[in-house]
Ligand binder design. Structure first.
Ligand SMILES: C[S@@+](CC[C@H](N)C(=O)[O-])C[C@H]1O[C@@H](n2cnc3c(N)ncnc32)[C@H](O)[C@@H]1O
Length: 364
């Protein structure tokens, strides 16, 4: 998955910036239109004001504020947010920096091109080490559909032996095949808990539900675990000095993940807006993605000292912001028919509203 998505030359996310959106393979909230970015910018402005007030109370009003976006892809969401802030909150716009975290020089290049008009306000970082060297983040760190694009381990339940096996990928002639590995990968075992070799099991499941579920799990039941996503979130949380950390993704909690009636796991491939049966086919030419385990990610943030503000459906979250924008029309601007249409797509349960969740954590 790492190679298929991120190989510097052949990786799916390196090849072409138009893989997201109508001409690509899948839609995100960003490709629906500029409303998503405008609503985030509206919310971020009030959080940054709060942050500034807290800084002032602590006698640190001169600390600069940042919005940090990870997984910015072609820079579209950054453009929507910065454009709105520049027009609607010019004073705040002049005070903040927009940082983009992206390890890929090629994607950074796409982003630089798109965001050239905001040049002095935008800075790029390849990894969290660089962000921490710059003093960490006071403000907001966020991502849209990043964690579901991190590589996962794919485990299969071995009912006879009451343990997990891991699926690996074998190269044969001109194609790839799934193959059961004799041992779990070190990434999985390093994070293993006594109850099961899964980093993604949250405490409740480890303690109780797991013991009752294991005997009834069907042989071959598939579960993904995403140690990279958890580690990434934990480091993001450690890099946040004050403010909010949030992500929009599709996902579930551990008890949804270990559901004997859904035995096939959530790893999927998309091409031309269609689900592809063979996840291993055409590496580099189709997207590969898996549900985020929000329970595990929440723990990863709390381990770094963050408090969880909420985990909720995207529809609820955006509806709340929309209500506040209607109380401040002079700031947000008029709700045109086009905005209404985009809002429907972002929030309706049949579109993106229910499948996507928002996790918000904070350091006060
Ligand atoms: C599913 S796309 C989402 C793009 C965009 N946020 C949107 O909503 O349209 C995930 C993006 O995250 C990028 N990405 C993957 N790993 C990353 C990492 N460690 N740091 C930053 N970006 C990463 C991918 O290359 C890709 O551009």
């Amino acid at each position: 998955m790492e190679l298929a998505l991120y190989h510097p030359e052949h990786g799916y996310y390196e090849r072409d910036c138009s893989v997201v959106g109508q001409r690509g393979d899948f839609y995100t909230s960003v490709s629906v239109g500029e409303l998503f970015g405008q609503m985030l910018a509206f919310q971020f402005a009030s959080w940054l004001d709060e942050c500034q007030t807290r800084n002032a109370e602590c006698g640190a009003s001169d600390i600069p504020l940042q919005i940090v976006e990870a997984g910015a892809h072609d820079g579209q969401l950054a453009e929507d947010i910065l454009f709105w802030l520049q027009r609607r909150h010019p004073d705040l716009f002049a005070r903040i920096e927009y940082w983009i975290l992206d390890p890929s020089p090629r994607r950074q290049e796409w982003q630089r091109r798109r965001l050239s008009m905001f040049a002095p306000r935008v800075k790029w970082f390849a990894n969290w080490g660089e962000v921490q060297q710059a003093g960490g983040v006071t403000g907001i760190i966020f991502a849209n559909e990043l964690l579901d694009a991190f590589p996962v381990h794919r485990l299969a339940w071995n009912a006879a032996e009451q343990r997990w096996n891991e699926w690996g990928v074998r190269a044969m002639a001109d194609r790839f095949l799934w193959t059961r590995l004799p041992e779990l990968h070190a990434n999985v075992t390093a994070l293993a808990e006594p109850a099961a070799a899964l980093s993604t099991l949250d405490a409740a499941v480890r303690a109780s539900a797991w013991t009752s579920l294991a005997p009834v799990l069907p042989d071959g039941f598939v579960l993904e675990c995403a140690p990279f996503a958890e580690l990434w979130w934990n480091i993001a949380a450690l890099s946040l000095r004050r403010g909010k950390l949030l992500t929009f993704d599709y996902g579930h909690t551990t008890s949804d993940a270990i559901n004997p009636t859904k035995p096939h796991g959530t790893l999927r491939a998309y091409r031309d807006h269609q689900l592809v049966d063979d996840i291993l086919a055409a590496p580099g030419e189709q997207d590969i993605t898996a549900h985020v385990n929000f329970a595990a990610v929440t723990h990863a943030g709390e381990r770094a000292g963050l408090t969880t503000v909420e985990l909720t459906e995207q529809s609820r979250y955006l509806t709340r912001i929309a209500q506040r924008t209607m109380q401040q029309p002079a700031v947000f601007g008029e709700w045109t028919r086009e905005r209404g249409r985009q809002f429907q797509t972002l929030s309706h349960p049949d579109h993106l509203g229910r499948s996507f969740s928002v996790l918000v954590q904070e350091r006060a």
